[in-house]
Design a protein around this ligand. Structure first.
Ligand code: ADP
Length: 375
């Protein structure tokens, strides 16, 4: 593990555009059966028979290939089980194939209700498949954004529609101003519940000393959108990429989730479980601002300067003070002073019993933000 951190340190300190430092950081353990002693076993992965899978429809595009919704008929059950199937295109490089398998191997290590469950892999022929439990509710960030109290927006792209939708939103906002009942689209209790779900998943990872490195609303998926939904940590792409020499070159310099990272990570290359605690604070901020991009309008460089100088995200509009205080504790400059996920789970559970917090009006986002944020 120490070696991994040293490599990271070297990566972070490499001047921009230094290709040499990146290739020097090649990890000699990559591809071995039991990577870095973390018990990541790529051969012992559960197998799924190709014939028992039916692909139903496309769900989206992943880093490697298309992700499909599918049905899985397993031998000891007459019921077909809804699944998500990640595919690796036939033309992929050996490196992509190894990365793809690595992600499955990481997920295979975990079994927790707030972490996506790996059903198995299908690596006998092309296209390669990773079969996961289906999380039908989409990602947390979009869910939050789509749950914002506002009228329906027009989808056609004419100027008239744009003006009309602005007018609709204007009317809606005017209405919302005078209508507290209508703003209760997503009660505070549900916001707390999503934070608690992710916290439970993080607590489990913390206990196994696993550093996720990319806790953010976009990387959590929902089992469904309706009542009784659960949020699960679903993307282990960053933890996977850490085994690569060039993991943050993909798609340019902007691949590191700077806005979710604590200063010691981008200054000293130091990653610990307390890295995830900081990110979790940012995720809570995303949740209580209903999916606003943290530090909206600031570049990564500006955020790094601001945050290492002591600046922090402001309290989301309408967010209860105690909830904001918990976020701020996650952003303590000293990693050791940040709370553990165990302590945070207790705090969140207490908040969910507190009538004063539960009766707080839901935060209303009045501005029209662009539909998609990237980091
Ligand atoms: P990336 O590889 O870029 O991190 P993913 O492969 O995780 O992206 O996901 C690509 C798309 O597939 C996303 O739209 C995501 O919501 C969807 N997806 C991924 N895993 C699941 C799942 N278990 N259930 C439902 N949808 C999923």
């Amino acid at each position: 593990l120490l070696e991994q951190e040293v490599q990271l340190h070297r990566l972070r300190n490499a001047p921009e555009g230094t290709e040499n430092a990146l290739s020097m950081a090649f990890n000699p353990h990559y591809g071995s059966e039991n990577i870095l002693g973390q018990g990541i076993d790529v051969r012992g992965l559960p197998k799924v028979a190709r014939e028992s899978l039916k692909l139903v429809k496309a769900l989206g595009q992943g880093a490697f290939g298309e992700v499909y919704q599918g049905l899985y008929l397993h031998c000891n059950s007459p019921e077909e089980m809804p699944v998500a199937v990640k595919t690796l295109p036939e033309m992929s490089t050996g490196q992509a194939e190894a990365d793809f398998l690595m992600e499955a191997a990481i997920m295979a290590k975990f079994s927790h209700p707030n972490i996506v469950h790996l059903i198995g892999v299908c690596f006998d022929r092309h296209p390669r498949f990773i079969v996961l439990e289906l999380l039908a509710g989409g990602d947390l960030k979009n869910f939050l954004r789509e749950s914002r109290p506002r009228p329906e927006r027009a989808t056609a792209l004419t100027m008239q529609d744009l003006l009309q939708s602005s007018l609709d939103v204007c009317r809606g906002c005017r209405y919302l101003e005078g209508s507290p009942v209508h703003t209760q689209v997503l009660p505070v209790q549900e916001l707390l519940q999503s934070s608690l779900d992710v916290c439970r998943g993080c607590r489990y990872l913390e206990a196994r000393r696993f550093i996720h490195r990319d806790i953010a609303a976009r990387n959590c998926l929902l089992t469904s959108r309706g009542p009784g939904r659960a949020v699960k940590i679903a993307d282990f792409g960053m933890a996977r990429d850490i085994y690569r020499a060039d993991y943050y070159k993909k798609g340019g310099k902007a691949m590191l989730p700077i806005k979710w990272m604590p200063p010691e990570a981008y200054i000293d290359g130091l990653f610990t479980c307390k890295t995830d605690v900081w990110s979790f604070g940012v995720l809570m901020w995303e949740v209580f601002s209903l999916g606003v991009m943290p530090y909206t309008g600031c570049s990564n460089r500006e955020v790094m300067e601001m945050v290492s100088g002591g600046g922090r995200l402001e309290k989301p509009f309408g967010c209860p003070q105690e909830v904001y205080r918990l976020m701020c504790e996650c952003w303590n400059p000293s990693p050791a002073a940040r709370p553990s996920f165990t302590a945070m789970q207790e705090r969140l559970q207490r908040f969910m019993q507190d009538p004063e917090i539960l009766s707080a009006p839901i935060p209303v986002v009045r501005s029209l933000l662009p539909p998609a944020d990237v980091h």
